[in-house]
Design a protein around this ligand. Structure first.
Ligand code: NGQ
Ligand code: ZN
Length: 465
């Protein structure tokens, strides 16, 4: 049976909004032809009329899936002043109870929620590798397989990024007990990566890259070994790293090597288009310019960065210098591209005391459209998959907006995105297709009840005292 074509009365294409768009799909789940100004009858076979305006599905470039189960449990003032570092201690405590089965149940729930919110691809920055005593599972890829399996079950595209984690702080300091489930020598790490790459070669919904955790968790040598090893396996695979998220981290880095984290990375690792620098919050003007110029993506996670008290990324200078950005939900206190993009802009408004900061200027004044399109492009780049566009050769990842919502009704074009991102609190996503398959229909995912049931059970086990 031929794959039905789709017909949208309004769709966001690379050139901008188009009317009466016929979207034809191939059996591999990619678009084969996208034709504005068509009629449904122009299709060769069956056609499905979309229930509302269509936009490309969003990429979520930074996820630690297991942390979804911790969301909401760390919002209580502790005996000392709370910080990123006190949160991290709570997170390490929580990690102790995570088993492969539980991790899969949590990731399954998370990925369904992502799809329902309009994320059709995820970058999973995966560092929970080993058993509670730090020993690898019988299959060292056990945890990776659970997380990838959850993505496949849910139907979300995944760029799986096994994390290289070797040390506790700058300069190769020994890792602490709370970090032992994360640790690898570069050799064992590369074996894991090699196995995963081999297992997913030719898989259009799964890509594998790497993530040196941070400059606190690798040394110059182990970072280089990981990147070189990856180059031998897949020279275009994505490389993600946490960087310059906290001011203490910047101070410690300067103390260690005399350079700031982004500065050090630019000097010693040669980041380019394959790289995604996650957070990159604390950067000087010079770092901003050089970071933008190197072609790497800034992976911004505004809700988590707010929740953890990180700071605000200097986005205007970075964008003015031609920088690429993407969004991630990171610790998953929020699973909503709307909220990430809204807070990306609001962080700027609050610090600069201005309005409409991130836009394409007089030619492209819509803040909503600017943010959405930039995050699509940067997201596709960071995840190393053909996504983010309703265009031939790209994965058929598409979101149908619910224009029955009062905030969207009667609107068209860029104003739809302005309203979806800045007006109202209801999820604007009605239907979602990922890799050519409908995964959310009329706001429902086909597996949501059973997945929620096991998630709730697992949450009980995880929080049982
Ligand atoms: C993480 N999360 O690996 O989950 C980190 C915290 C760290 C964020 N940076 C731990 N948001 O950076 O050491
Ligand atoms: Zn992170």
């Amino acid at each position: 049976m031929p794959t039905p074509s789709l017909f949208a009365t309004q769709a966001l294409l690379l050139e901008g909004w188009a009317r009466d768009v016929l979207l034809e799909l191939g059996p591999d789940g990619s678009f084969t032809r996208v034709t504005p100004g068509s009629a449904p009858e122009d299709a060769d076979g069956p056609v499905e009329r979309l229930a509302g305006p269509a936009v490309p599905g969003m990429a979520n470039v930074h996820s630690h899936a297991f942390q979804r189960a911790l969301a909401g449990l760390t919002e209580r003032a502790g005996p000392q002043e709370d910080s990123f570092w006190t949160w991290r201690d709570l997170m390490y405590g929580f990690v102790r109870r995570m088993t492969p089965e539980r991790a899969e149940a949590v990731a399954s729930q998370l990925y369904i929620e992502m799809l329902k919110a309009g994320y059709t691809a995820v970058g999973e920055f995966h560092y929970l590798h080993h058993g509670p005593d730090g020993r690898p599972y019988d299959d060292p890829a056990e945890m990776s397989k659970r997380v990838i399996g959850a993505a496949q079950m849910a139907g979300i595209g995944i760029t799986h990024l096994p994390v290289l984690y070797g040390y506790g702080d700058f300069g190769g300091q020994a890792a602490g007990e709370g970090q032992r489930r994360f640790l690898h020598e570069p050799e064992a790490f590369l074996r894991l990566v090699e196995g995963l790459i081999a297992a997913h070669r030719g898989d259009t919904q799964v890509r594998v890259g790497i993530a040196p955790h941070s400059l606190r968790a690798v040394t110059g040598e182990t970072l280089q070994a990981a990147v070189q090893g990856l180059n031998g396996l897949d020279p275009s695979a994505p490389i993600h790293i946490h960087i310059a998220e906290q001011q203490k981290e910047v101070r410690d880095c300067i103390e260690w090597c005399g350079e700031r984290p982004v500065e050090w990375l630019l000097h010693h690792a040669g980041p380019d288009q394959r790289w995604c620098l996650v957070h990159a919050t604390h950067v000087t003007e010079e770092e901003v310019t050089r970071l933008a110029g190197c072609g790497a993506v800034a992976g911004l996670c505004p809700t988590t960065e707010a929740n953890l008290g990180d700071g605000v990324f200097p986005a205007p200078g970075f964008l003015a210098a031609g920088g690429a950005l993407a969004i991630g939900s990171d610790s998953h206190i929020s699973i909503s591209p709307v909220e990430e993009l809204r807070w990306l802009e609001y962080g700027q408004r609050l610090t600069l005391r201005r309005r409409n900061v991130l836009s394409g200027g007089a030619d492209a004044p819509s803040v909503g459209a600017f943010l959405y399109k930039r995050a699509l492009a940067g997201g596709a780049q960071a995840l190393g998959r053909p996504i983010g566009r309703l265009a031939p050769g790209c994965r058929a990842d598409l979101v149908v907006l619910d224009d029955c919502l009062p905030t969207l009704a009667g609107k068209s074009g860029d104003v739809l995105l302005d309203a979806a991102i800045f007006a109202g609190n209801r999820n604007p996503v009605r239907d979602v297709m990922a890799g050519g398959k409908w995964v959310v229909r009329a706001r429902r995912h086909g597996r949501e009840e059973e997945v929620l049931e096991s998630y709730v059970r697992v949450l009980g086990d995880l929080t049982d005292t």
